[in-house]
Design a protein around this ligand. Structure first.
Ligand code: UFG
Length: 332
């Protein structure tokens, strides 16, 4: 009996797979390896395939006697989702429908789904609770919200049990230094700061300094990738016990501006970050801060990494040892 982890070779997926294996679970990773990295799953069974391929999904589920699913596989670049909506609706929404239908055909009832704070858009009130208004400002967030709605309907009609985890800003890396964040192209703040320190970029562009925040830059709630991984396992375990289904925010409940993130990096590395102030990036909300009270109460989920410097420290360990990401290992 195994857990199928779609997108298990990606950033958050690979950290979750590592923890699942350490806890003794049998895991099968299903990943297209378009954005994920084979090297990130080590000796875990890897099936290379698209979530749009129902035949391959059926074969995999039968062959490995899959019991539960953790579903990460998705395109996730916010800017790209706005210019290529077709790519995002097809893969994220249609691909998830194909996965859910394959689960139902094979009598699999439990799924933990990777959702996002992007479902909320610009929040009316902080901290954001699960009932807050959902008004995604980009296609990526819309695809995740559509999938949550589909899962709710499948829950009512077919008895699917689901947990949807809305992550705020995933960051950091496993302290082993063996896996970490490696996106192409990289769009996220923390890895871009490190790319600058490692000489891969000339400077960090700060997107917008005129927001209605104390220092004018955007505020985000940074949550360690291993704390996200831990939440997936707790969610799956809860579904096997008493939990029927649910939707949960995952964040630390603290907001940090871009300048505060830069200061944290400078404290941790002892280096000065070269930067330039630029205009706003389209679709960036000014402030996103989570209330994760529901996850604490229902899942008994408490983040281990509550200090930004500690999160940044683990990310720096990974980036400094793997300047070229997983590519460096391939070329060795
Ligand atoms: N930023 C910069 N310069 C950069 C990169 C980012 O100033 O080079 C800024 C952004 O404008 C934003 C902040 O840093 O204000 C954080 O940006 P990220 O791209 O790291 O993260 P986002 O908050 O945009 O995105 C995250 C997740 C998405 C999710 C979104 C929800 O990564 O998957 O939160 O809003 F959709």
């Amino acid at each position: 009996m195994s857990i199928l982890v779609t997108g298990g070779a990606g950033y958050i997926g690979s950290h979750t797979v590592k923890q699942l294996r350490e806890k003794g679970y049998e895991v099968v990773v299903y990943d297209s390896i378009e954005d994920g990295h084979e090297e990130a799953v080590f000796d875990t069974t890897l099936v290379v395939g698209s979530i749009l391929d129902e035949i391959k999904l059926d074969e995999t589920i039968k062959k490995y006697k899959i019991e539960d699913v953790i579903h990460f596989a998705a395109y996730s670049i916010v800017g790209e989702s706005i210019v290529c909506p077709q790519k995002y609706y097809r893969n994220n929404v249609l691909g998830t429908l194909s996965l859910l239908d394959s689960m139902i055909r094979n009598n699999i009832k439990k799924i933990v789904f990777s959702s996002t704070a992007a479902v909320y858009g610009e929040p009316e009130r902080l901290p954001i609770v699960e009932e807050s208004c959902k008004n995604p400002t980009n296609v990526y967030g819309k695809t995740k919200l559509m999938i949550e709605n589909i899962m709710e309907d499948y829950h009512k009609a077919y008895g699917l049990q689901y947990v949807s985890l809305r992550y705020f800003n995933a960051s950091g890396a496993d302290p082993s230094g063996l896996i970490g964040e490696d996106h192409h192209p990289e769009t996220h703040l923390i890895p871009i700061i490190f790319e600058t320190l490692l000489g891969k970029r000339e400077y960090l562009s700060i997107f917008g300094t005129d927001y209605n925040t104390p220092d004018g830059t955007c505020i985000r709630d940074y949550i360690h990738v291993n704390d996200l991984g831990k939440a997936h396992i707790l969610a799956l375990e809860a579904l096997s016990n008493k939990l029927d289904s649910g939707i949960y925010n995952l964040g630390n409940g603290n907001g940090f501006s871009i300048h505060e993130v830069i200061q944290s990096v400078e404290r941790v590395t002892g280096q000065k970050v070269p930067l330039r102030e630029e205009g706003r990036r389209v679709g960036d909300p000014a402030m996103l801060i989570a209330s994760a009270d529901r996850a604490k109460k229902d899942l008994n989920w408490y983040p281990d990494y509550t200090k930004l410097d500690d999160i940044i420290e683990t990310a720096w360990e990974w980036h400094r040892k793997n300047k070229w990401g997983f590519q460096r290992r391939k070329n060795k």
